[in-house]
Design a protein around this ligand. Sequence first.
Ligand code: FAD
Length: 415
Amino acid sequence: MPRKKIVIIGGGFAGLSAAKEFGDFDADITLIDKTNHHVFQPLLYQVATAALSPADITAPIRTILNKYSNIKVIMDEVISINITTNEVITKELKIPFDYLIAAPGSRHSYFGHPEWEKYAPGLKTMNDALYIREKMLLSLEKAEKINNPDEVEKYLTFVVVGGGPTGVEMAGSIAEIVKISMMKDFRNMDLTKTKIYLIEALPRLLNAYPEDLSERAKKDLESMGVTVLVNYFVTDINEDGVKLKDRFIPTKNIVWAAGNTIPDLLKSLNAEFDKAGRVIVNSDLSLPGAPNIFVIGDAALVKDKNGKYLPGIAPVAMQQGRYVAQTIKEGKDPDLREPFKYIDKGTMATIGRAKAVCLIAGLKFTGFFGWLLWCVVHILYLISFRNRFKVMAEWAWYYLTFRHGIRLITGHPEK
Ligand SMILES: Cc1cc2nc3c(=O)[nH]c(=O)nc-3n(C[C@H](O)[C@H](O)[C@H](O)COP(=O)(O)OP(=O)(O)OC[C@H]3O[C@@H](n4cnc5c(N)ncnc54)[C@H](O)[C@@H]3O)c2cc1C
């Protein structure tokens, strides 16, 4: 019998976990990603705020998988999936499959206002992070050259839209780098006058966390000089700033951390999607009507054992990758497959230096201890030993000196 052909779309948390699980399997595995690297997204905001450099949180997908001789890596963009002929169509190739694992992650959604993206970039890829970093650093350089206090305000005002973990981490990190780390570097402007806003449409930050942890995150952010506005919808974004129901915030620095949607390629699956565009899959993560096609990670909508939808986080994506690979390896009849069960090991978000909120096995941790836990977990999950060591050294250096190091303006990143 010919060897089975298994195609994986995406070298993120879900796709890579699936691929590694196939390392000892007698089949031809092809992993396709439009970039050549895996990104550790939970630390992207640290690249965007110049705390870590890009190489600290990325690793070449080829290198990660080079010990598995049955796995081929292709760098190409998948355009669509033909579920009749069982083929993946990329920009340059048509790749046939017996089984397909689609794990292309998600993109930002601007709630019907794609024109906002130009002024309010989101943070999903390394390119996004470098673009935001460059924009933020250029804004400060511009402010240093302006003497008129009214004119300078918009360059020293930062707005983060979306009070989930990414928004909270981003706002805290901007407060630290601008108000503390860079203080000594500028002569003409008073960086203590910097304004940082975090805007959330729901009544509280970190909506998926218990209320007391949300409140703690808000207090920590406020103590760092961030103005937290809850129950606020953004009604417009343009080149001069952000419009809310009762005010206009003049700014040149907006980061979008609010909505998600899935990449276009999944629209060719002829599947059902939820409001955020995620593919509604069966309990074994297969596509209804196509037991050989699986959608996993941020792109899939799956319920846990209590009927609650699973969040778009790395542990969910990794467990789904391993589960689907096992399911394919077992080769059971689709009706006999065990449903996917998520094991919740906890959730955490950092707010700043020595400030974090964590919920692990029902126990809550905040402050310095929470932050230490956050550091350890994030170091452990970084993909290579070299990166773990480098990031640990960067954080230790920052902790002791308050100095963020990676502040290059290269003129390259483009949106
Ligand atoms: C800024 C940020 C902070 C986060 N913080 C945390 C956190 O603290 N803790 C946590 O658990 N989770 C966090 N998350 C969420 C977590 O990173 C995601 O849940 C996880 O990355 C999802 O994994 P995935 O494999 O589904 O998608 P991804 O990791 O996004 O991987 C998708 C891959 O598919 C590739 N791809 C996409 N489209 C195509 C195409 N058309 N053709 C070929 N390849 C394609 C991409 O290049 C990418 O490599 C964060 C996410 C972000 C953006």
